[in-house]
Design a protein around this ligand. Structure first.
Ligand code: 13P
Ligand code: SF4
Length: 303
């Protein structure tokens, strides 16, 4: 459904040759006007091949920075400058450097939900869709996995031969879903499949029929003709209800609403493409070069 503002955005982005890319947690009205909607891995990888030189990212800051790292020649704009992921800032460069000094035989694996400074001192990045593959292919058996201990626990369960250490990071939205709430929702919807994002705690994920990234959850729903309880952000459940109106996609918990993702509005997108003085993502060269290596290594090891 295209409203007046959406119509203005679509016309203007074409006229100015701007690409709008959106994470799958963005509102449906933003997803409707985007050139690409996807998980964090897909966004950063695919934008490199876009012909447009200006990219407006609807999502959170680390996603815009990751796009900029891989496409340094492009102008990258975060649609709402205040949109940031709290998990990305949970650990400091200082504590990771300290860890490395004390554990020189450990490789640091950073979830892409981190600041560029943390990526720059890590050996490799991962996203939820490629973490298992990357850690399996990494030439090291000792892994410090930062910051998300829940995603880390999922990776560890798939690669028991490697040694893992974790720090106390997690997504403040996914991690508050409890086992009790999960059991109650499952009782309410018997015979539904439970699809979980690995940022949920292992106590919740152990009940899941499928654990995967946002895109993998959407693909699972596409390929299985079931009603599914959605164990990730509310906009995934909304999207699936639109795509498959004859099926039911209740949310695992009413708390699965990411307010950081929700700060971006259609008006922000319009402002980002219509004003010429909006600040673009800029990353100092030294830190950018080091962080880019970690992202490139992720892409290399995820094939
Ligand atoms: P994806 O990598 O699955 O897109 O997830 C990003 C995220 O922030 C999930 O909370
Ligand atoms: Fe960050 Fe969690 Fe929001 Fe994802 S859902 S952007 S990890 S706060």
């Amino acid at each position: 459904m295209i409203n007046d503002l959406q119509d203005k955005i679509v016309k203007l982005k074409k006229k100015k040759n701007i690409a709008i890319v959106a994470h799958s947690y963005q509102s449906i009205e933003i997803q409707e006007i985007a050139d690409l909607v996807g998980d964090s891995f897909m966004l950063s990888e695919r934008v490199q091949h876009f012909k447009q030189n200006t990219i407006v990212l609807c999502g959170v800051r680390f996603m815009a920075e990751t796009i900029k790292l891989l496409s340094p020649e492009k102008k990258v704009i975060l649609a709402n400058d205040a949109a940031s992921c709290p998990m990305a800032k949970q650990l400091s460069v200082y504590e990771i450097k300290e860890f490395k000094n004390q554990n020189p035989n450990y490789s640091v694996v950073a979830y892409v939900n981190t600041t560029t400074e943390l990526k720059a001192i890590s050996d490799v990045c991962v996203t939820s869709s490629c973490a298992v593959k990357v850690v399996k292919n990494l030439d090291s058996d000792n892994i410090l996995f930062i910051p998300d201990k829940n995603l880390g626990a999922m990776v560890q369960s798939k690669i028991p031969k490697k040694n893992f250490k974790f720090m106390d990071g997690c997504c403040p939205i996914h991690s508050i879903v409890t086992e009790k709430e999960t059991i109650n929702t499952m009782k309410k919807y018997p015979n539904y499949k439970l699809l979980c994002h690995p940022e949920l705690s292992p106590k919740v994920c152990k009940y899941a029929d499928f654990v995967g990234s946002t895109s993998e959850i959407i693909n699972y729903a596409k390929n299985h003709n079931d009603n599914c309880i959605i164990g990730t952000e509310v906009n995934i459940a909304k999207k699936l209800s639109i795509l498959y109106p004859n099926r039911h996609f209740p949310l695992l918990s009413n708390n699965l609403v990411c307010r950081n993702m929700a700060v971006t509005s259609l008006s922000d997108v319009y402002r980002a493409i219509s004003k010429d003085d909006i600040s673009e993502i800029e990353i100092p060269k030294g830190v950018a070069n080091a962080a880019r290596q970690s992202i490139k290594k992720m892409i290399e090891l995820s094939v």
